[in-house]
Write a protein that binds this ligand. Sequence first.
Ligand code: ZN
Length: 264
Amino acid sequence: MPRRAAVVLLLLLLPGVSEDVAVAGTPDPRTSRPQVSAEPLAGRVVVIDPGHQLGNHNFPRRIHRRVPAGGFTKPCNTTGTATNGGYPEATFAWQVSRLVAARLRELGATVRLTRQSNRQDRWGPCVDERGRAGNATSSRPAADLKVSVHADGSYAAGARGFHVIAPPDRAPWTADIHRPSMRLATSVKAGLLSQRFGVATYTAGGDGIDVRSDLGTLNLSDVPTVMVELGNMRSASEARVMTSPSGRARYTRGLVSGVRRFLD
Ligand code: ZN
């Protein structure tokens, strides 16, 4: 619900307070009180990119089509990974992204998702479309940040933990967003650490933050952005966390905490 609509609705529920008061923005002396905002993210715009669509594997021709990815082309998308038990990365990213979006909206943010469903009969969007999501257009201003949600699939022994991927200082593609994206990466890492998730043992140099120039989702962004690999789905212990509602709630708290640290 838009913030103004929420305020109007709230005021309409209060006896004796007319809608005109809310629309005019004039404090009503009967109801005014010190401003303790329940919506600390009001006015902020966050794009959440919930990884691969579930049905990508059913559309190989479309998924393999090459698209611009930041000075080179790449396949439109990939199918993602899964736990050994068959829980798909697409579904994990979708479920966590929805929870994150719901919480950020409760906090007042406007949240846009790059896909609206998690279905076997759908595919995409391609990485170029994901990369441009959140950029300013003629009809709407740029988002404050974008987080692309994924999970990894490493078979290396003992591979576990999360890592956050930021774009490099590379002109003309991401030189402009490198620094704020690194700050976003640090914020998301701190958020996940605050929920007792550990950094990746098997990649990203051991500090949980990687910088990569090969990802169209990052390269085409004009707003601060990171991709987060929340864990290794092929790790039995991490798969248990990912497949449980309480585990997904914990990932959600970590990501929301990261977003709030960046926006504060
Ligand atoms: Zn992925």
